[in-house]
Structures are given as structure tokens and as C-alpha cells.
Design a protein around this ligand. Structure first.
Ligand SMILES: NC(=O)C1=CN([C@@H]2O[C@H](COP(=O)(O)OP(=O)(O)OC[C@H]3O[C@@H](n4cnc5c(N)ncnc54)[C@H](OP(=O)(O)O)[C@@H]3O)[C@@H](O)[C@H]2O)C=CC1
Ligand SMILES: CC(=O)N[C@@H](CCC(=O)OP(=O)(O)O)C(=O)O
Length: 349
């Protein structure tokens, strides 16, 4: 590929925005064209984010002044509702859209309206031109789409953790439990009491137990894979670390599937996937083994060789759970090898 992909980012000052900048500034086929912030208009990107000194020579501009229609693709690293307000205009100009928020994730617009408290403004684009951007599941459809709904961070771990057993119909879908923990960067960069150092450090808590907006997103995708409705109990937790997510998923194996070699099933399902690592049997994945990388690691356990399969999944919520996955989607949209610009090895310790 000789011509570079001209990229715009709306919402360059949030955590997913700066993570996109880190990844895209090292991508060999990308030309960063515009980065927006309404509050920081005119400020040099490298002044706000010194890790980008010498790498990104742009200043923030407002979305109105960013000439986004001149881009090949625009990433929205913004709150829910922003991308769908601009999608029509961008598509008309031949620009592809990758939304890191939820505007193009849920196919069920009634569920979208219930959880995001706003009407969906472009249901036609959602239905006919967009795709749920989980590459390991929807690779072919993504390549043909104009708009990508980049998955939420919790959904990425749970859907990839369960896909092999659901596709093969080996587990009881009437009672799936996902117990998930996220680092505090998952809550974004905006100031909030709950993410203050004195509130979130040296503390560990569950939240959203009686309902979380990722629940309908996860069950919609799991039910598609299982070809029947999946009943999911999903409990997210906030842990005192900055990056990282660990999901422990519990499923009951169907009586007729008890002899299955689950390790082999997972290894074969993900054998060709650059970003899904099925660890050796009995492994205990750690969040630091994926920090700052686009890898998601899975380990399987069957305590006492009983009928419960325990699936442990780790990822970096800001990379495979957000910006890395968005770049993976861009690579697929533009026909590049999927791992282009995403070869980062995790940082230890
Ligand atoms: N953090 C995470 O781990 C994950 C986050 N996500 C999703 O990614 C999106 C961004 O998250 P995050 O980076 O944490 O968010 P932040 O809240 O930290 O940042 C939001 C960014 O959007 C800009 N923005 C806000 N409102 C508007 C608007 N109306 N129009 C244009 N720009 C706007 C802000 O800049 P300014 O106000 O100056 O314009 C800022 O740059 C969210 O939808 C989030 O749910 C998805 C997966 C994981
Ligand atoms: C720790 C934390 O607060 N996490 C966020 C999820 C982050 C994410 O993926 O959410 P989006 O659907 O907004 O993209 C939450 O639970 O609301």
C-alpha cells in the first residue's frame, strides 16, 4: 500500500483518544489528519500528552474546523450519541466511521434507547451499513461495512471467552455467569468523584449488579452465536489498577458434552487469530501479561473435573477492549494485514 490512510479522531483528549494516537502514530500506513477537542482547541497534542512529543505534530481543533470529510476514516472516541449525529454526513462524503462508543453496537434500538436514554438517530445506517466490530467473529462483514460499532470492553472478554462453546452448543445457556474486573481507566478521563485517587485506590467494589448497559450488548451477541437466547448474570467490579480487565466466566457443561476436550476446541477455534492467545491448560492469566498490547489471553479450568467450565480472560481495556480493537477494525476495513501497527508486546512489570 503506497497511499496512506488519512485519519481523523473526534475526542482526542480522552483515554481512548490518546491511546488511538499512541497506536496510530506508530502505524506505517496512517497519516494523522485531524484531532478534535472542543475544550482544548489550539493546544498542541504533544503539549497535553508528552509521550507523543516528536510523534504527533498536530494541534487540537474543534470538530467543526477539523475538515473530517477529507479523511478516509474517522474514529469517534467520544461519549455515546456523538458518532450517530455525524455519521450521515461522513458517509455521504465517502468517509468510513469507527465508533468507540455504543451508537452502532446494539442492533435492538429499543434496548439502545432504554440504556442510553436517547433515541437512535440513524437506524437505517445501523441496520444496513454498520457491523459489530468484533473481528474474530465478524471479519467478512466488517470488511464490507462503512460504519463499525467497536465493542465495549467487558463484552469483548465475555464474547470471545464464550464463542467456542456457544458455537459448538456444548453448554447450558440458561445460566451463564460472568464476574468481571476493570481498571479505573475504563471509566474515562473526565473528572468524577468515584475515580478520585482517594476513592478508587486501596478499594475494591462491585457496581452495576442489578443492571449494566453492557448486558444487552453481550446477550445480543452471545444469543447470535448460540442461535438461542442466552441468560447471562454479569457483575462488573472496579479494581485499584489503571489498566487491565479480568473476566472469570462460569458455564455448566451439557451432560452429553462432558467428554469434550475443551482445551483442543479453544486452541483450534483461535489457532489463526493473531490477538487471541489460548494459554496452556491450567494457566492463570494476569492483566500485566497484556498491558499496552492488543492481546487477549484465555485460560480454561475444570475444577475437580466436574461439569463447570471456568474460563478466565484478560485484556487491556484500553487496547483490545477499545483503541487497539478499533485499529484492528481499521486494518480490516482497508484490506491491510490485521496486525499492522499492532505488534506491541505487553509491558512487564
Ligand atoms: N475507557 C475505556 O476503557 C473504554 C471506553 N470506551 C468508550 O470510548 C468512548 C471514549 O471514552 P474515553 O476515552 O474514556 O472518554 P472520555 O470521557 O475520557 O473522553 C471523551 C472525549 O470526547 C470529547 N467529547 C465529549 N463530548 C463531545 C461532543 N459532544 N462532541 C465532540 N467531542 C466530544 C472530549 O473532548 P472535548 O469535550 O474537549 O471535545 C474528549 O476528548 C466512550 O464512549 C467510552 O464509553 C469503550 C471501551 C473502553
Ligand atoms: C470501570 C468502568 O467504569 N467501566 C465502564 C465501561 C467502559 C466501556 O467499555 O464502556 P463503554 O460501553 O462506555 O464503551 C463502565 O462500567 O461504565
Amino acid at each position: 500500500m503506497t497511499k496512506k490512510i488519512k485519519v481523523g479522531i473526534v475526542g482526542g483528549t480522552g483515554y481512548t483518544g490518546v491511546e488511538l494516537l499512541r497506536l496510530l502514530s506508530q502505524h506505517p500506513h496512517v497519516q494523522l489528519h485531524a484531532i478534535t477537542s472542543r475544550k482544548e482547541e489550539g493546544m498542541k497534542v504533544s503539549e497535553m500528552f508528552p509521550n507523543l512529543r516528536g510523534k504527533v505534530d498536530l494541534a487540537f481543533s474543534t470538530p467543526e474546523n477539523a475538515a473530517l470529510t477529507q479523511c478516509d476514516v474517522v474514529f469517534f472516541a467520544t461519549p455515546h450519541g456523538v458518532a450517530m449525529a455525524q455519521a450521515q454526513e461522513l458517509l455521504a462524503a465517502g468517509v468510513k466511521v469507527i465508533d468507540l462508543a455504543a451508537d452502532f453496537r446494539l442492533q435492538d434500538t429499543a434496548e439502545f434507547e432504554k440504556w442510553y436514554k436517547m433515541p437512535h438517530s440513524c437506524p437505517d445506517i445501523l441496520k444496513n451499513q454498520s457491523c459489530y466490530g468484533l473481528v474474530e467473529i465478524n471479519r467478512e462483514k466488517i470488511a464490507q461495512s462503512q460504519v463499525i460499532g467497536n465493542p465495549g470492553c467487558y463484552p469483548t472478554t465475555i464474547i470471545l471467552g464464550l464463542a467456542p462453546v456457544l458455537e459448538a452448543g456444548l453448554v447450558d445457556v440458561s445460566h451463564v455467569v460472568a464476574d468481571c474486573k476493570s481498571g479505573v481507566s475504563g471509566a474515562g478521563r473526565k473528572a468524577e468523584v468515584g475515580t478520585l485517587f482517594s476513592e478508587a485506590s486501596d478499594n475494591f467494589k462491585a457496581y452495576g449488579v442489578s443492571g449494566h448497559r453492557h448486558h444487552p450488548e453481550i446477550t445480543e451477541q452471545l444469543s447470535k452465536l448460540a442461535k438461542e437466547p442466552v441468560q447471562l448474570l454479569f457483575v462488573p467490579h472496579l479494581v485499584p489498577m489503571i489498566r487491565g480487565m479480568l473476566s472469570t466466566i462460569y458455564v455448566k457443561i451439557k451432560p452429553e458434552a462432558l467428554q469434550t476436550d475443551f482445551q483442543k476446541l479453544y486452541e483450534e477455534r483461535y489457532a489463526k487469530e493473531a490477538f487471541v492467545d489460548v494459554m496452556p491448560a491450567g494457566s492463570l492469566p494476569e492483566t500485566r501479561s497484556v498491558r499496552a498490547s492488543n492481546q487477549l489471553r484465555i485460560a480454561l479450568h475444570r475444577p475437580g473435573n466436574g461439569d463447570t467450565l471456568v474460563i478466565v480472560v484478560v485484556q487491556d481495556n484500553l487496547v483490545k477492549g477499545a483503541s487497539g480493537q478499533a485499529v484492528q477494525n481499521m486494518n480490516v476495513l482497508f484490506g491491510l494485514p490485521e496486525d499492522t501497527g499492532l505488534g506491541h508486546v505487553a509491558v512487564l512489570p
